[in-house]
Write a protein that binds this ligand. Sequence first.
Ligand SMILES: NC(=O)c1ccc[n+]([C@@H]2O[C@H](COP(=O)([O-])OP(=O)(O)OC[C@H]3O[C@@H](n4cnc5c(N)ncnc54)[C@H](OP(=O)(O)O)[C@@H]3O)[C@@H](O)[C@H]2O)c1
Length: 323
Amino acid sequence: MRAVVRDEYGPVDVLRVATVEPPDPGPGEVVVRVRAASLNMADLDHLLGRPRAARVATGLFRPTNRGVGVDVAGTVEVLGPDVTAFRPGDRVWADLFDSGHGSLADRVLVPASALSPLPGDLPFDVAAAVPHSGSLALQSLRAVGPVRPGERVLVNGAGGCVGPFAVQMAKARGAVVTAVDHGDKLDFLREVGADEVVDYTREDVMRGGRRFDVVLDIADTRSVLALRRCLAPGGRCVLVARRISSYAEKALLGPVVGRMTGTRMGTFMWRPNQRADLDELAGLLASGAVRPRIDRRYDLDDAVEAFRRLESGAARGKLLIIP
Ligand SMILES: NC(=O)c1ccc[n+]([C@@H]2O[C@H](COP(=O)([O-])OP(=O)(O)OC[C@H]3O[C@@H](n4cnc5c(N)ncnc54)[C@H](OP(=O)(O)O)[C@@H]3O)[C@@H](O)[C@H]2O)c1
């Protein structure tokens, strides 16, 4: 079978599409025939082995796992000896972030416990775009408490993988959404549903006295004090951290500053691949409240090109890989 593999940490150049042995499931494992997969910023981090602390789990000097890719939608093909929860042909989806990666392949070996049933009315190519980034958006919004109709929500760094999901989820709850990103992405963000868009290269939305009830910081470029400046009284702010130092700052300082200023500030402990989250995401997709935007589709053999587009920041929506 064909699979995207790498043997060392490094930039996209370390990737290649290779012919590898098909997986053989052991107890508790399942082989999934991949119908669609998608790329996330987490895949780029995994490739580069960043943050470096993560290498304690993924291999200190070389990655212990050659496989790449976390988002997957497909069908169960082969069951390990004691697997009873699924049958061959079942439609499934998952975020393999903490279950071995490897979705950029014809087939992937997965612990059965990592799989969730995929409702029959959700196409594979829609489903594959959602688990990782959709869950991050869902959990970060959950961390600020329920968004209420009419609340002013700021999504900082809205034009990447997670932001478009967050914008749509906040809109579905009746919020008035301001989306901040590079000027090139503003038309895309309007199309996704943002009420107002701001180009971070031209305007600092956190200065000038603007106030928001909820701030979701995905770009992770601002300090607790800067974020505090644009929170309304009683406002809530959560960071979707990309840097360990920033996570520590928001986790330690955020609650202190929040308490002193009558707001709630902090970050959250992300839990990948929760079945309840995937069920909720399936509901949002089925109702049309959330519709993943697809930038481009690639054959498996062109997956390296897809990674280059992810790395360039040029994508407007998710990059799909269809084996
Ligand atoms: N527990 C947690 O919090 C947790 C768990 C898992 C993953 N993560 C992290 O969450 C992040 C997910 O975000 P993502 O996948 O959506 O990232 P992304 O695709 O890189 O999107 C970030 C967006 O922010 C924009 N941006 C850059 N600088 C900005 C600024 N100064 N102001 C406003 N926007 C700016 C970027 O635009 P440009 O193209 O101009 O740079 C980009 O469009 C990943 O980095 C991942 O590591 C966090």
